[in-house]
Design a protein around this ligand. Structure first.
Ligand SMILES: N[C@@H](CCC(=O)N[C@@H](CS)C(=O)NCC(=O)O)C(=O)O
Length: 222
């Protein structure tokens, strides 16, 4: 049996969504974030040493990393669905966005979260200084990167219905989390109608909604 080790309000929603798209049977092992630190409980480290979600177990197999889990499920159970034949231009785009999601766009999105929350985590007397440092890092380093990514992705979706081409694929599932996070964390003022349309399209998919119904809501922290 496939088990998704699912942390509430997290990247593991993508794995639930994929399993719903593939109509595969699975069970969910639930983990709750610490309400103060937002970190996963230590019990997740018993499943995988990093203690991050998602982790998937399938019989003897235990794997972490969203992209690896997604590729594993598509290859093993997809029967050709939600991916593309190797060697095609769609497959290359699929592979690119499968890796880009966590390798390129998520790091500045995570930095934005960390720096925007830094001042409130400091002792009261240091909050002003911490706020100034955070703002400088966000203004000079993080926000320009987020704008570059948002602009790149917006331009891409202006000419491509989905991330890998004309057809919906698992690359769209993998890209969903950074697009959700960009919608909340990218600096305002950039027109991104195609990114917004992407979110509307994925939210309307029955499998996306079924994943939320089973795994709980996804409310990206700002
Ligand atoms: N690149 C990893 C990131 C995993 C990750 O950072 N997961 C977050 C959830 S969105 C987590 O477990 N956070 C809780 C913690 O760090 O304790 C993936 O895509 O699977």
């Amino acid at each position: 049996m496939i088990t998704v080790h699912h942390l509430n309000n997290s990247r593991s929603q993508r794995v639930l969504w994929l399993l719903e798209e593939l109509a595969l049977p699975y069970e969910i092992a639930f983990y709750q974030r610490d309400p103060n630190t937002m970190l996963a409980p230590a019990s997740l480290k018993a499943v995988h040493p990093l203690g991050k979600s998602p982790v998937l177990t399938d019989g003897e197999v235990t794997i972490a990393e969203s992209a690896v889990i997604i590729e594993y499920l598509v290859e093993k159970y997809g029967a050709g669905k939600l991916s593309f034949a190797r060697g095609t231009k769609e497959y290359l785009q699929y592979l690119y966005f499968m890796h880009y999601a966590e390798g390129s766009v998520m790091p500045p999105l995570v930095m934005k979260l960390v720096f925007s929350r830094l001042p409130r985590s400091m002792p009261w007397a240091l909050r002003g200084v911490a706020g100034s440092i955070s703002k400088a890092v966000e203004d000079r380093f993080i926000d320009p990167q987020l704008l570059t990514h948002a602009s790149f992705l917006e331009t891409h979706l202006a000419t491509s219905a989905w991330f890998a081409g004309a057809d919906f694929s698992a690359a769209d599932i993998q890209m969903s989390f950074p697009i959700e996070a960009l919608a909340v964390r990218a600096p305002r003022g950039l027109p991104t109608p195609h990114l917004k349309a992407f979110l509307e399209k994925i939210h309307a998919r029955p499998a996306y909604q079924a994943a939320l119904a089973k795994g709980g809501p996804l409310q990206i922290l700002g």
